[in-house]
Design a protein around this ligand. Structure first.
Ligand code: GAR
Length: 214
C-alpha cells in the first residue's frame, strides 16, 4: 500500500544481530519522532535477537540466508523483490553484517542508511569499536552514512565524536558508542523522512526546509 498521500516513509530495517539500534528506532517511531513507519525487518540470521524485537512490536519479519540461494545474484533478486513487494522507501542497515549487492544499491541509491561505530574513514569493517580501542586513539565516534558500493565508503550524513578516557575499557567504550548510536540513528531517519538530506557529490547537506534541527 503506497504511503504517498500521508508522506509517511515506509522503512525496512536490516539487522543481523542483537538489534539495539532497531529497538531505538522502534522506540522513536512509537513517540512519532520521525515521519516514517518500520514496515519490515529483514535478517540474514535466523537467531538474530533483532527478529524477536520486531515480532514483539508486531512488525513483519523476513529471514533468509545467502546460503539458501544458488548465487549471490539470486539472493539479491529476492531482496529486491521483497523491497518492491513492501513498497519500501528507505532501507536502514542496523548491524547488518553482509555487504549489500550492487543491484540493490543501484536501485535504492541514497535511500540506504548505515550506522558505523567509528569515525569513518577510520576503522572500517566489522570491529570498528575494538579496532579503535586497540589502536589507542583518544577520540573515536559514530558515523551515519549513505551506502554505496564500497565498504563503509558512502557519503557521510552525521558524525559525533566519543572521547576514549584512560580508564575506559572496551566494554565502557561500547556502552558510550551505543548510547550515541541510539540517539543519532533515529535523528538521521528523521532527517531522511523530512527530505532534508541533500547529496552533492561526497558531501551531504542538511537542508533546513522549515523545521529547526532539534
Ligand atoms: C552497532 O554498533 C553498529 O554500529 C555496528 O553493529 C552494531 C549493531 O548493534 N555496525 C557495524 O559495525 C557495521 N559495520 P545492534 O545489533 O545492537 O544494533
Amino acid at each position: 500500500m503506497s504511503s504517498f498521500l500521508s508522506g509517511l516513509k515506509r522503512i525496512a530495517v536490516f539487522a543481523s544481530g542483537f538489534g539495539s539500534n532497531l529497538q531505538a528506532l522502534i522506540d522513536s517511531q512509537n513517540k512519532n519522532y520521525f515521519n516514517g513507519k518500520i514496515v519490515l525487518v529483514f535478517s540474514n540470521n535466523e537467531s538474530a535477537y533483532a527478529i524477536q524485537r520486531a515480532k514483539n512490536s508486531n512488525i513483519k519479519t523476513e529471514c533468509f540466508l545467502l546460503s539458501d540461494f544458488n548465487s549471490r545474484s539470486d539472493f539479491d533478486k529476492k531482496i529486491i523483490y521483497m523491497l518492491k513487494e513492501n513498497n519500501i522507501d528507505l532501507i536502514v542497515l542496523a548491524g547488518y553484517m553482509l555487504l549489500l549487492g550492487e543491484e540493490v544499491i543501484k536501485q535504492y541509491r541514497y535511500k540506504i542508511l548505515n550506522i558505523h561505530p567509528a569515525l569513518l574513514p577510520a576503522f572500517k569493517g566489522t570491529h570498528g569499536i575494538k579496532d579503535a580501542f586497540d589502536y589507542g586513539v583518544k577520540v573515536t565516534g559514530v558515523t551515519v552514512h549513505f551506502v554505496d558500493e564500497g565498504l563503509d565508503t558512502g557519503p557521510i550524513i552525521l558524525q559525533e565524536p566519543v572521547i576514549i578516557e584512560d580508564n575506559d575499557t572496551l566494554e565502557t567504550l561500547e556502552e558510550k558508542i551505543h548510547k550515541v548510536e541510539h540517539k543519532m540513528y533515529p535523528y538521521a531517519v528523521k532527517l531522511f523522512c523530512e527530505n532534508r538530506l541533500l547529496v552533492e557529490g561526497r558531501r551531504v547537506k542538511i537542508v533546513d526546509v522549515n523545521k529547526p534541527i532539534d
